[in-house]
Design a protein around this ligand. Structure first.
Ligand code: ZN
Length: 166
């Protein structure tokens, strides 16, 4: 088992676009398990492959209270399914210590593949919907601060970078 390391902002690695997964082999399974492990260790509720240095369209999530309901989503594609929005104070393992309110779709429909490569779809609302949107953004090289207005973004970024240099 490889010990993964979480890449922190402002590492430019996080700005890249991830590539679709094409082979559903044992290596992929082990990688997803390693991602879950470091996500739990870091007390996060979601993690995308790019955050551990791998440009693959894989995300892991667990929003359950007992942290026993891991969700592994491969090649996820989001379709917003309502025009309602939700503001939620988000954090990110690549931005330790800052939390900012981001507006996202309240409800989404999601097409994805399982870790075995089976085509699946699901609907998500509330926290799960927010979390999936946050993680899928990472796969496009988008971080949650990019979803803030210019002024708020600058302020949050300054605050984060100041904390980093302490
Ligand atoms: Zn994040």
């Amino acid at each position: 088992m490889t010990k993964l390391k979480i890449i922190k902002y402002p590492d430019p690695f996080l700005k890249q676009k991830c590539l679709p997964v094409t082979s559903y082999d044992k290596e992929l399974k082990i990688f997803a398990e390693d991602m879950l492990k470091i996500m739990y260790e870091s007390k996060g509720i979601g993690l995308s492959a790019i955050q551990v240095g791998v440009l693959k369209r894989v995300i892991v999530i667990d929003i359950s209270e007992e942290l026993k309901k891991p969700l592994i989503l491969v090649n996820p594609v989001i379709n917003p399914s309502s025009s309602k929005f939700l503001d939620f104070k988000e954090g990110c393992l690549s931005f330790p210590g800052i939390y900012e309110s981001v507006r996202r779709n309240e409800e989404i429909a999601l097409d994805y593949n399982s870790i075995e490569g089976k085509k699946l779809s699901m609907k998500a609302t509330g926290l799960l919907s927010i979390c999936i949107q946050h993680e899928v953004d990472h796969l496009e090289g988008i971080v949650f601060l990019d979803r803030l207005s210019g002024l708020k973004r600058n302020r949050a970024e300054k605050k984060f970078l100041k904390n980093l240099s302490k």
